[in-house]
Write a protein that binds this ligand. Structure first.
Ligand code: NAI
Length: 327
């Protein structure tokens, strides 16, 4: 067996954490031959619950779990971390203003970014799930100046998977037949799921499904899927989020299939006219353990307007956290 890797998971006692840890134990996340040291980071008031999850994790009797520890101290949690998966965040509660939400989460991700900077492994990879995921990623990356910014990603693979599923349903094919779907922008209702470059069975998607659907109902369905699930299920997306985390990490480590790509929130280098420093979802390929923005795609007027609208929201969030002194 190779040496164990260290995985730090924040929000480990929450819904997503509870489910994800068992996908780690089964080897789905990091592979069947990779032993893992799990570091569970939780708030002090949830440490008891996290200890309970750790007991259950022991009962998975996984040969891959080298060690499991629970802590509320970010510097202990991220010490030597190869993988940091940041799920824990402050949810929006009744009466909470958007600025309050950004401030509460900004403080969490500033502290965690600084701890990652100081104590994580040199090759750490950070995936942020906790919302607002893009802006939280930007804050964490900004407080980790020694870690290359492209090591930080915000999860938008769930939106990507939702887009794959809707296109497959519409075209009457398996998702296996679909490639080159993109989700641009913020992990929010302003996101732009884009079929302009998508292929269905090797054919342009816009020759297979009608353009009016691709520019209207499709975008709305994908962008509002989270709300639809809350309305129907009475709770937010958990299992599908965990599946998307597994997809994201496996693709990053194993590479995206030739001729296809995924979507991920990345610190912009100015690509596609997105102001540098904003964390925006882009089309990305993975090779050698890193994500790369797909270069040179044509962006027509429709796409430009949709991308710009979502980027404007990201810029607003950045301005708000700057105003709060979090950047
Ligand atoms: P949850 O409320 O069940 O769990 C969150 C956990 O985080 C709680 O156990 C809480 O104690 C912990 N936590 C809060 N602050 C923390 C801190 N400073 N350090 C460590 N742990 C902390 O929520 P759930 O369902 O697990 O979702 C977690 C987050 O993921 C939410 O922000 C949600 O909006 C987001 N999300 C993002 C998605 C995406 O596609 N990017 C999809 C679904 C959820």
């Amino acid at each position: 067996m190779p040496r164990p890797v260290t995985l730090t998971l924040s929000g480990a006692a929450g819904q997503i954490g509870y489910s994800l840890l068992f996908r780690v134990a089964s080897g789905e996340l990091l592979g069947p031959d990779t032993p893992v040291r799990v570091r569970m980071l939780e708030r002090p008031d949830a440490l008891g619950a996290a200890e309970g999850v750790a007991l259950e994790l022991q009962d998975a009797a996984s040969p891959l779990l080298a060690d499991v520890a629970v802590t509320a101290d970010p510097r202990t949690a991220f010490d030597g971390a190869d993988h940091a998966i940041l799920v824990g965040a402050r949810p929006r509660t009744a009466g909470m203003e958007r600025a309050d939400l950004l401030e509460a989460n900004g403080a969490i991700f500033r502290t965690q970014g600084a701890a990652i900077n100081d104590v994580a492994a040199d090759d750490v990879r950070v995936l942020v799930i906790g919302n607002p995921a893009n802006t939280n990623t930007m804050i964490a990356a900004a407080h980790a100046p020694d870690v290359p910014a492209d090591r930080f990603t915000a999860l938008t693979r769930l939106d990507h998977n939702r887009a794959l599923a809707q296109l497959a349903l519409r075209a009457g094919v398996s998702t296996r037949e679909i490639a080159r779907v993109t989700v641009w922008g913020n992990h929010s209702r302003t996101q732009y799921p884009d079929l302009r470059h998508a292929l269905v069975g090797g054919r342009p998607a816009l020759e297979v499904v009608d353009r009016a659907w691709a520019e209207g109902e499709f975008i709305e369905t994908v962008a509002q899927r989270g709300s639809a699930i809350i309305a129907a299920r009475g709770g937010s997306s958990v299992a599908s989020t965990v599946t998307a985390i597994v997809d994201h990490v496996r693709l990053r480590r194993g590479g995206t299939p030739p001729g296809d790509w995924s979507s991920a929130g990345r610190v912009s280098d100015g690509s596609y006219g997105v102001p540098a420093g904003l964390v925006c979802s882009f089309p990305v390929t993975a090779a050698d353990g890193d994500w790369h923005v797909v270069p040179g795609l044509e962006v027509d007027a429709f796409s430009r307007a949709r991308i710009d609208a979502s980027v404007a929201e990201l810029a607003d969030e950045r301005d708000a956290v700057r105003h709060l002194g979090l950047l």
